[in-house]
Design a protein around this ligand. Sequence first.
Ligand code: M6R
Length: 614
Amino acid sequence: MCGIVGYIGKRDAYPILIKGLKRLEYRGYDSAGVALISNNQELNVYKTKGRVSDLENFVIQKDISGNIGIAHTRWATHGEPCSLNAHPHFSSSEKLALIHNGIIENYAVLKEKLQSKGYLFKSSTDTEVLVQLIEYIKISNNLDLLTAVQLALGEVIGAYAIAVLEKDHPNEIIAARKSSPLVVGIGQDEFFLASDATPIVEYTDKVVYLEDEEIALIRRDMDLKVVNLNNVEMTPEIKSVKLNLGQLEKGGYPHFMLKEITEQPDCIHDCMRGRINVEGSNVVLSAVIDHKERLLNAKRFIIVACGTSWHAGLIGKHLIESFCRIPVEVEYASEFRYRDPVIDSSDVVIAISQSGETADTLAAIELAKSRGAFIYGICNAIGSSIPRATHTGSYIHVGPEIGVASTKAFTGQVTVLTMLALTLAREKHSISEEEFLRIVKELNKVPEKMKEVLKLNDKIAELSKIFTYAHNFIYLGRGYSYPVALEGALKLKEISYIHAEGYPAAEMKHGPIALVDAEMPVVVIATQNGLYEKVLSNIQEIKARKGKVIALVTQGDTFISKIADYCIELPETIECLDPLIATVPLQLFAYHIAVCKGMDVDQPRNLAKSVTVE
Ligand code: M6R
């Protein structure tokens, strides 16, 4: 959730930290701050409510010298967004400054203990408790900072990624993680620190991903040293990351979200590249080759995910059950992890996550692993925590997704799930060769068909003007299109703040139809597949109650265009690939409504891109 950046080296730290914070602003954006040890050895902390640009204005006229510093963008957990609660937090002596991502669950007990020793607190955060605890342990036992951090973290229950600066030791940063990501970048006589590799890649491609309960001692004058909480030295594994910097910029688009929606044809192409052969006669996923028996012998698949990734999981269930005839359950990771689920070594768990850092999904994986299940990850962020926690998996390869509203990751996830279902089905002989080839051929055409859908952008922008001031929306779909309805509704609510609900179309008459009147826009996915006639009847039911129907139909549809108020015509495809086509106009619709309302599309209120707390 929060973004962490650090630098130590020969250059001025401040510009590197600010640039890094801007790259990480998608992680949290209610306040921002920086701590620098200045050229005259002062430990300066500057922080303010608002965006990184507010921090830049705040530090004008201040001393931003120094070539060591740490910086933070916050997504509030404990205490409202304000400058007092913003990070970095000072210790009482103002000799230590600390930034933190995560939640210290036992902060109240620790705070009481420190208050009884005379410590005073300026903020309402759990983070200030941690920096005070470190100082208390350090002073009362006369320890160095590293040892004090080790002992303090031993008392902490919860999740953390932290970085600490000490005024009297201007040559080192101490950083540690547990259940919150932290990456150290290794340059020439300089080190970088960040919550993910995006702020680091323009300086170095050598990174070390810290593991849980590891502490990095980052010093100017020596190699990176990593120890655990018991001071056992660990051997850091240096990995190489390659990220295209262009993918981290808006590239002329007004918002990352529009850029990412528009990129989808290329993303899906990249996702399939090297996996579907040129002739379209074979689909290969290396994870399936490596673990064929384990996957084919699964008694059941359980898909765990959150939010948009969970919607992709619902489509995965349809695909795997239809083609492979293996039962699939789809679970919210947050529910699964606390439910004592019935799961054993005959199960395969598919964990889906764009960021690869979602705390609930990670916890669900750990639970399933502890019961002997085999874990297959479907992730986007390379080297993130989930791919490292799973037994195998497939990256979706759609490039960094910066907009908080997930778009290209969803279609990438559905594409990988489609390839996974097809590959397993072929191995299992549960799909005919003819059907397999028909679907692969159509899958290859999806990028071109998405391009056709993107040409509807202006029309969808016009349509969105009509509905900008609606207070509620209903989204309906059946079969493969039901998760698309859920996803369309989620996109709309998260960036436009309009209340929207997705339902299976036939459920309307069991309650939600009571909401329908002339003021209620109803978006219906009514392409000519599967349950088309039944969806047609559902539309009639809504029109009979004067609801305003916006229908997504197949090009050339003559029936629905006569009864729906507005139609968006989509290129024809086969039923199981409908979600890849029908999701795109719903993303555009949500985007344009949010723009018309003047909303901050890429950084909607209360949200963060990567949900690393539960
Ligand atoms: O990174 P993940 O895919 O694990 O994230 C899961 C959800 O937090 C995420 O999909 C969220 O719902 C998005 N804001 C949806 O647009």
